[in-house]
Every structure is written in structure tokens, then in C-alpha cells.
Design a protein around this ligand. Structure first.
Ligand code: FNR
Length: 414
């Protein structure tokens, strides 16, 4: 915080804006049309995204004075991972649409800020390479549950081997949501061969593909060559267009990929098998209903992440912040509850923590930082959020993260 302020006092403007609106405007200018549609877009008419932000407007902080504290302690531990501040960078798939080598760049920025990054199953760099970018800063791995259990085990094993400290299973994207901005441009991430690096770098995945090559007639026949084409497109032509996919083979490859990568039949029965498949702490991402939260805790998971995927999955979804309040009430004070969808500032993190979150995930803003200034942009965005949280704690009389409670908030009702 001091460094950021000192720069301001000395009249130096940062290259990455310090507020969410200007950050978004600058990122918009820095991004291609398709990248912007994909990152900034949401499900349907965007009501969920609007609800996510509107929910913050109802909560108001009531600062206390003359507390005499000169320093704050932002550290905390979540699901066994020590955090410098209650902030992690949310998983983002197909980030190479924004910048080549997106996952490694985000990892480098996260590490420079000392903030963990959750690697996506839909990442554009193999997790082993991204892990190297994290240095000593902890990271987690986010899993999309495949239709092939061997691939699930393989991904978990690789995440363990490369040093992930927790496993996040995303529940809300067993199918991709209705995303008009992408659909209207004919531009869904996989169609460009993006977001498949965790798969094409997985030996099991290649085996599974080989099996499907001998699948009964009527199924799309896929050659390894077709998948390699996709893979090299992802590596060499980030942001390449569907025009590259006009030939028949890559199309079949995309269909097979869609068949394998995510399981629309995902159920509690699958989740129950996880405990014996990994020693890593398990968190479930995408919980919104208090009953699902209770079931998750009863199933013995180590944490839940209240999220509506940044409003990208179902239009007219309940605001994530409203769901947070209901979920925390349902699971009690001891369960580990993280939050995302709508966090844009340090003050937002403060409000979410006061309403029961143990830590928050930052989604789009860190991608905007990436778009504007690469790894250093990611670092600046993360540091700005942490700095504003620190300042908010200082100016409201809160010495540490545990002391951020509902007592500091008033609900504003008209
Ligand atoms: C996401 N999100 C996401 N979540 C996940 O579990 N796996 C993924 O691969 C992705 N991919 C992804 C791509 C992009 C471009 C965005 C914007 C988001 C959802 C993400 O982790 C997080 O839940 C939301 O972004 C949080 O909302 P805000 O902060 O963007 O409002």
C-alpha cells in the first residue's frame, strides 16, 4: 500500500488503473473484439452479472474511530494454504485469447504479488509449466470432471505431482452457459483450439482418444493428427479464428474433446469418491443453494466456493453475495467458505469477508490486468486490491482478517 501511495504522491501514474471501471475501459481498448466478448460477456441478457454488482450496493461499512492501531495483519490460512491476504486469483480458461502464454503470465503476476492462482482445467499452458511460474507461492488446481474417470485421476495425480495445495472442483459448468456475445461472433473458446492444453499434455487423454478412434461406427472418428493440429493451433496461433477449422478433421476433434472434457451427469456420487482419490484438500466451486452447501459439508469436503461463475452460466441467477449470506447461515461459522463473482476492489473483499467469506477469488479484473500489461498488470491488479483492503481495514478500525465481521456493516433498505 505504501509503495502505491508514494508513487501517487510523487505524481507517477500507474500503467494499470487503480479502479475497476477505468481498468475495464482500458482493458476493452487493449483486447480484440472476440477476447472482450469472451471475458467481459456473461450468460443471456447479463442479469446475473448486474445482480452480482447490485448486491454490493446494499451493504454499507460503518467505520470506527480512534482505535489507535498502526498496522494490520492480513494473513490467514484457508484449506491449509497460508495466504498473505484473503485473496486468490480465480481460474480462467482459454486466457490465450487475451495474451499468448496467459497461464504462465498470470502465474508470474500472482507470484510477484504473493497471491495464489487457481489453475484452470481449461488452461492454455500445461499445469506443470504454469506451476514453474509460481515459484514458492502456493497454487491450487481447478478440475472439470471428465466423462472418463481415468482422466479425472490423471489430472488429480498431475496436480499433486506439480505441487498444487488444493483441488477445486467446479460444479456449475458441466455444460457451457448460453453466452450470446460469443455465440454471435461464432467464437467459443474450444472452437479456436484454446483451453485444451491440460488435455493434450495428458498421456491418459491421448489413450482415451485412441480408444475412441476404434469406437463403434456412427461415432465421430478422430485421428491423433487432428488433435495435434488443434494442439499446435493452441500453441502457435493463440486467438486464431474458426477459419483454421474449416477442414473436416479438427471439427471431429473438437466434437470428441467436447465429449470427454466435462460430465453433464456429475452428481454427489462422483464427489463422494474424491476423498479416497486424493490427499489434497477438496473445495467445491459454484455452490449457491444453502442445502447444497449443507450437503457439501456433510460429505466432508474441506471448503466450498460460493460463486455463480461471474454470471457466465445461468441468466437471472441469485446474486453471489446474497447466496453467500444464506450459505454462511446454513453451514455455521466453522466451515470454510470462499466467495467470488462481482469482486472488483479491496472494499468489496471487506464486505464479502464481513458477510462470512474466509477469502475471495478475483476473476475478470486480473485478466484485464493481463490484457493491459501482461504479468506485471496481473501483479498490479492483485496488489491494488490487497492495498485497498488494507487501507479499508485501517480506516475502519479492524486489526486483522478475523475481526472483519457483520458488526461493521449495515444493510441499506429503502
Ligand atoms: C472464468 N471462470 C472459470 N471458472 C472455472 O472454474 N474454470 C474456468 O476455466 C473458468 N474460466 C473462466 C474464464 C473467464 C474468461 C472468466 C471471466 C471466468 C469463472 C471464474 O473462475 C470466477 O468464478 C468468476 O470470474 C468470478 O467472477 P468475476 O470476478 O469475474 O465477477
Amino acid at each position: 500500500q505504501n509503495a502505491i501511495y508514494r508513487a501517487g504522491v510523487l505524481g507517477r501514474a500507474p500503467d494499470v488503473p487503480t479502479d475497476a471501471d477505468e481498468l475495464e475501459r482500458r482493458a476493452h481498448r487493449a483486447m480484440s473484439r472476440k477476447a472482450w466478448a469472451y471475458v467481459a460477456g456473461g450468460a443471456g441478457g447479463g442479469a446475473t452479472m448486474r445482480h452480482n454488482r447490485a448486491a454490493f450496493e446494499r451493504w454499507r461499512i460503518v467505520p470506527r474511530m480512534l482505535h489507535g492501531a498502526t498496522a494490520r495483519d492480513l494473513t490467514t490460512t484457508v484449506a491449509g494454504t497460508p495466504l498473505r491476504a484473503p485473496l486468490l486469483l480465480a481460474p480462467v480458461g482459454a486466457g490465450a485469447l487475451v495474451t499468448p502464454g496467459s497461464d504462465v503470465r498470470i502465474a508470474e503476476g500472482a507470484a510477484a504479488a504473493g497471491v495464489p492462482y487457481i489453475f484452470s482445467s481449461q488452461g492454455c499452458d500445461p499445469m506443470e509449466r504454469t506451476a514453474a511460474g509460481m515459484g514458492d507461492t502456493p497454487f491450487w488446481y481447478q478440475l472439470y470432471w471428465s466423462t472418463d474417470e481415468r482422466l479425472v485421476d490423471s489430472m488429480i495425480g498431475r496436480a499433486e505431482d506439480c505441487g498444487a495445495r488444493a483441488l477445486v472442483v467446479t460444479l456449475d459448468t458441466t455444460l457451457l452457459g448460453w453466452r450470446p456475445q460469443d455465440l454471435n461472433l461464432g467464437s467459443l473458446p474450444f472452437a479456436r483450439g484454446l483451453g485444451i492444453a491440460q488435455y493434450t499434455s495428458d498421456p491418459r487423454f491421448m489413450e482415451i482418444v485412441r480408444e475412441r478412434m476404434t469406437a463403434p461406427a456412427g461415432k465421430p472418428q478422430v485421428t491423433l493428427g487432428a488433435l495435434r493440429t488443434l494442439w499446435s493451433m493452441a500453441r502457435n496461433h493463440p486467438g486464431g479464428t474458426v477459419a483454421n477449422l474449416r477442414s473436416r478433421e479438427p471439427r471431429a476433434a473438437v466434437e470428441t474433446f467436447l465429449d470427454i472434457y466435462s460430465n453433464p451427469g456429475l452428481s454427489w456420487r462422483h464427489v463422494e469418491t474424491l476423498r479416497r482419490r486424493t490427499k489434497l484438500p477438496i473445495l467445491l466451486k459454484g455452490i449457491l443453494h444453502p442445502d447444497d452447501a449443507r450437503t457439501a459439508v456433510a460429505a466432508g469436503v474441506d471448503g466450498i466456493i460460493v460463486s455463480n461463475h461471474g454470471g457466465r452460466q445461468v441468466d437471472h441467477t441469485v446474486a453471489a453475495l446474497d447466496a453467500l449470506v444464506a450459505v454462511r447461515d446454513a453451514v455455521g461459522p466453522d466451515a470454510t467458505v470462499l466467495f467470488d463473482s462481482g469482486i472488483r476492489s479491496g472494499a468489496d473483499v471487506f464486505v464479502a469477508l464481513a458477510l462470512g467469506a474466509d477469502a475471495c477469488l478475483l476473476g475478470r479484473p486480473h485478466i484485464y490486468g493481463l490484457a493491459i500489461a501482461g504479468a506485471d498488470g496481473v501483479r498490479q491488479v492483485a496488489e491494488n486490491v490487497v492495498a485497498e483492503l488494507d487501507l479499508t481495514m485501517a480506516l475502519t478500525g479492524v486489526p486483522d482478517v478475523a475481526a472483519i465481521t457483520r458488526a461493521q456493516l449495515r444493510e441499506h433498505t429503502r
